[in-house]
Write a protein of this length. Sequence first.
Length: 562
Amino acid sequence: MKIFLTNTQQLGNAKAFLIKQVLAAAAKQQGDEVVAEANQADLIIALGSTPNNSALQGKKLFLAEVENAFNAPEATLKQAQAEAVEYQQAENKSAVQNAPDFSNQTKNIVAVTACPTGVAHTFMSAEAIAEYAKKQGWNVKVETRGQVGSSNIISPEDVANADLVFIAADIDVDLSKFEGKPMYRTSTGLALKKTAQEFEKAFKEAKIYTGANAAKVQASEESTGERKGLYKHLMTGVSHMLPLVVAGGLLIAISFMFDIEAFKDPNIAGGLPKALMDIGGGAAFHLMIAVFAGYVAFSIADRPGLAVGLIGGMLATTAGAGILGGIIAGLLAGYVVKFLNQAIQLPASLSSLKPILILPLLGSAIVGLVMIYLINPPVKGLMDALVEWLNTMGQSNALLLGAVLGAMMCVDMGGPVNKAAYTFGTGLIASGVYTPMAAVMAAGMVPPIGMAIATLLARKKFTANQRDAGKASFVLGLCFISEGALPFVAADPVRVIVSSIIGGAVAGAISLGLSIGLQAPHGGLFVIPFVTQPLMYLAAIAIGAALTGVIYAVIKPKLTEK
């Protein structure tokens, strides 16, 4: 007899896996076979409640208790064969997998938000979702997955009561606890700027989420023009790399405060500068590319890709291939492991060997050899040439590069163009080039501060709410949160973006033209003491922000009388 096992109860991944393993082993001893697809089975055993799946129509179904299935698998199988009844799906739910029922007036919404830095977009999109849902009279709970971990965590009871799971994430997040619920996935940017539109699409396009279809969902996302797929994988790597860069950069900067070469002498200050350099540069910076590559691979191939990506990233680091090598290593590891996972098919009794032995072994060997013999030598040469050019570029080139990076930071306020410039600056920190990062941060602070200045210069052109938003925008700008300008972008996108690009380009050009360096990729005002020329850096930010504020104050139209 062919048996299909399905889980409809909230279980941990490990427990669900173990129960299925013991049932599969017991079935094999009795001469039965556990199959991977429901349409191949003669008997369905469900752990928990009755599943709602049209593919089970006409099959024999038995509801098994979790503890009995784990402790007495043979007895459970015999009971299933004797007591299974024909599965009948309720007519009014026959299309549940394609069209979840959202007809009830009071909806229960659970949502998850996550962005690469785990700061601005994560919490701003969460606020937008919560406010919109409450205005509609819905019950809502939003779980934020930021750099400090998960907050306002959605419980199993919340999941059970939910009519819709709304995921606004730019990075890969674990969604296993939402299995069996209608789910809609979008970006934090769309959830923030076009909340109503995204909820309207959610109620039309939500699909039942299952672990089995997660790979299909990802493949579908990668085939579209949406900001998912490759962008999501890279941003997952950036998100996990950032804490290492921040901690390492600041520790190195503190070491330099004793003297620029104090870390070379273990006798200075009891060896503290050297210890700080060992922690920041020797440990944190040495790990950052490996962690980046590991989590890029994790985003593509899930946990089996993590170890392979870490190994590939470390090989890139030790070879001097820098962030370019890390990007290639992460993508290569992810797709190699994903291919191996799909290509290697094992019987159920041996399937546990794949994630812990076969995939790490083959993946590491393939990726490692490719990195050593094919990738690292040319990429190291390219990185060396780039670093040499950045360190020796003339004044005109520095001004041009600073302007380009500054303009990119202000194009989409936390979007893909902004993140491309940010990743460029952050990645070069590992190669010992700190000037692009300073230009990137200076420019990123310009739009929100500039909007605050505009609300002061042209008060009559702004509503009371916009003037209040300007105050909040100023504080966010000081913290290097470009998204503080988003309320103004939403109201007047072209004028705000144009004025921000001009100011950001000027701030970036001044910073890079003066060769100002910064080893911390985040922090805004709080890390300015660690830049190489703090006063000139503040001047660059102030000039750029003032220029943006003045331009927007002039070009913004007057408020129309109603």
